[in-house]
Design a protein. Structure first.
Length: 377
């Protein structure tokens, strides 16, 4: 990545030489060029929100920015990219969306996320640290910036305008207005599950901002809940890519002897899973892991893995996440352990499972989804 401060070799995490997707895009370079050309003072407290792979934090490392991210993978990518640039990492400069943000923010740089809810939540959390002289700039690809995006900046921070588009990227300029009447943060959001979804029918789900389908039960998860395998005895079950934790919570309610591991790369998701579990299940037979799938789980230590893998990485359609999840599930499963996967029919997950496990069985299907089972031999 070429910037006004030099060139940087950047990679996504986990690094894969076969991956053709870059760790930055035109929105990152547009923002960095604007900061240099406008002479924006960077000597104060600089906060970078939603930096996807650490491109902004790495380029601005000399100014010791605080990065705030919801993604474990983005945080690890930032660590690796800083090290590659010869910059010593400072733990207090790498915060998650669940951490308390800085008390004072002089420059706020926001990489607009795909989730409008996550943007709303983060602007509410950051607003107390913004003052009249704070420079607030958002950046994103044109397709990611909508009227509703600008309304959030305007309503929570102050008057907002946009730049001209360059290479399909756009900047957002927001002027903090100290006297603005801010509404309270509506997140987290909770709702009651409908009937017909097994042990969690009528139960409460709690969602922090940015979690997939935060205001309703998505149809894929509903289909999986209707076809969950029966868990018996003191099994260890992993809800891999747990989201709000409704699947793992359903297992815990059906089998009180089960030990459920909720795992996701999103800090918001794991916080949601923890809250959903606590609202519905008594006892402490649960683990909550924010990380790269099951990478931190011991080999052969899990009896059952339940997985609804994502097939997007930001705006890119890719099966890389699903492939990593399946691979980690196979390693973590004991011999005879099972992986159950819900996915769209067209994704062809049965082929990947056969390649990894040597088997794949169709357990349920409808016009859109399939539930597949693979057994660790």
């Amino acid at each position: 990545m070429t910037t006004p401060w030099g060139e940087y070799a950047l990679a996504r995490f986990p690094e894969d030489t076969r991956d053709q997707l870059r760790a930055w895009d035109a929105a990152d370079t547009y923002l960095l060029r604007h900061l240099a050309e406008s002479g924006t003072p960077l000597s104060g407290s600089v906060v970078v929100v939603g930096d996807r792979w650490g491109a902004l934090a790495t380029a601005l490392a000399a100014h010791r920015p605080t990065q705030i991210t919801d993604s474990f993978l983005a945080r690890e990518a930032t660590r690796a990219n800083l090290a590659r640039a010869g910059v010593e990492e400072s733990p207090e400069r790498l915060l998650t969306t669940r951490d308390t943000p800085p008390d004072r923010i002089d420059v706020l740089l926001v990489r607009v996320p795909k989730s409008l809810g996550l943007l709303e939540d983060q602007l509410h959390r950051l607003a107390p640290g913004v003052h009249e002289g704070t420079v607030v700039i958002g950046t994103g690809m044109v397709k990611d910036i909508h009227t509703s995006t600008l309304h959030l900046f305007e309503r929570i921070i102050g008057p907002t305008r946009t730049s001209l588009a360059e290479k399909k990227a756009r900047l957002i300029f927001c002027t903090p207005f100290p006297g603005i009447a801010r509404n309270s943060n509506p997140w987290p959001y909770s709702y009651e599950l409908p009937d017909g979804v097994g042990t969690v029918s009528g139960r409460t789900v709690i969602n922090h901002a940015g979690v997939f389908c935060a205001d309703r039960l998505d149809v894929g998860t509903r289909f999986l809940l209707q076809h969950l395998p029966r868990s018996r005895g003191p099994e260890r079950v992993a809800d891999l890519g747990c989201g709000n934790g409704v699947v793992g919570t359903a297992v815990a309610l059906a089998n009180p002897e089960a030990e459920v591991l909720f795992a996701d790369e999103s800090y918001q998701a794991v916080a949601s899973a923890r809250a959903t579990y606590a609202a519905n299940v008594e006892g402490a037979k649960a683990e909550f892991l924010t990380g790269d799938g099951l990478a931190g789980v011991a080999d052969g230590s899990v009896d059952l893995v339940l997985n609804n893998p994502p097939f997007h990485s930001h705006q890119a359609t890719t099966d890389a996440s699903a492939w990593r999840m399946f691979t980690e599930a196979r390693r973590a499963l004991r011999p005879g352990g099972e992986l159950w996967v819900i996915g769209n029919r067209h994704l062809g997950y049965h082929l990947k499972l056969r390649r990894l496990f040597g088997n794949s069985e169709l357990m349920a299907s409808d016009a859109k989804f399939v539930v597949l089972r693979a057994v660790r031999k």
